[in-house]
Ligand binder design. Structure first.
Ligand code: HEM
Ligand code: HEM
Length: 197
């Protein structure tokens, strides 16, 4: 099968195209990844009913603050994506290119939907608990208490979390195929280094 892989060219970049993502986009990609790992991890002790209420309250606040930070990072990343030159397609095969774009778009959708549903869930919760951004200032809740909206947002938040895990597995598997089978150095495009040859 023609994988359309550009071999070493993927690491060098086609003429007129940067060889890798801008360092700011690279930093935001990996920071977002780490913060999302943290979000999944912290939801365990946060929801653990055996823990004392005060520490759970603090973990909820941390989860909400980190989640809103992810939202800000994603928005900044999308702005940079439009404003800065990005590397060309990682593949010449239109089907594989389409599949990659679809997975990337779905990843963006999830990492935007999670903070949005999270904030709406916190806002619509029957028991009103303020969202304090790292204890610095209260984040305005866009809606008031509403049990039906709360339940829907809770469900959606959970589902987007599950979908994100599935997409993450596909994303990492695709990177592994590039690196191990096609040996085109794709991972280097999402790391720091010289952008122009
Ligand atoms: C990328 C960002 C986020 C990720 C990956 C994430 C992930 C998760 C996960 C995995 C859970 C546990 C779900 C379960 O097991 O039922 C959870 C629960 C929760 N999240 Fe998030 N979250 C994010 C952002 C936010 C934000 C921004 C808020 C609010 C401002 C928020 C509020 C909550 C709340 C209140 C719960 C507890 C739900 C319950 O009572 O069961 N999350 N989140
Ligand atoms: C929560 C986890 C992750 C999310 C949400 C995520 C999201 C994304 C998104 C949306 C893109 C597309 C960038 C764009 O077109 O603007 C991307 C690119 C990329 N990601 Fe991830 N990523 C995650 C984890 C990882 C991991 C663990 C790896 C490494 C194994 C990885 C390696 C890459 C690479 C190499 C690219 C560049 C692909 C290219 O240049 O065409 N990502 N990621």
């Amino acid at each position: 099968m023609d994988t359309g892989s550009r071999g070493d060219n993927a690491a060098k970049g086609a003429p007129g195209e940067p060889a890798r993502w801008h360092p700011a986009s690279v930093a935001l990609h990996w920071l977002t990844f780490l913060l999302i790992l943290f979000q999944f991890w912290v939801s365990g002790p946060m929801l653990d009913e055996k823990r004392d209420l005060l520490s759970r309250f603090e973990l909820y606040q941390l989860h909400k603050s980190v989640g809103l930070t992810v939202a800000a990072f994603v928005l900044l990343r999308l702005v940079l994506r439009v404003a800065l030159r990005q590397p060309g397609p990682e593949n010449d095969n239109p089907w594989l290119r389409g599949a990659a774009s679809l997975v990337h778009a779905a990843l963006y959708l999830c990492i935007i939907a999670l903070p949005v549903t999270g904030l709406l869930m916190a806002a619509a919760a029957p028991i009103q608990i303020p969202t304090l951004y790292f204890g610095l200032f209260p984040v305005p809740h866009p809606i008031g208490p509403d049990p039906a909206v709360y339940r829907r947002m809770l469900w959606l938040h959970d589902q987007f979390g599950n979908i994100l895990i599935g997409l993450g597995v596909v994303h990492v598997a695709a990177v592994a195929v590039h690196m191990v089978l096609w040996r085109d150095g794709l991972l280097g495009r999402m790391w720091f280094g010289r952008r122009w040859s």
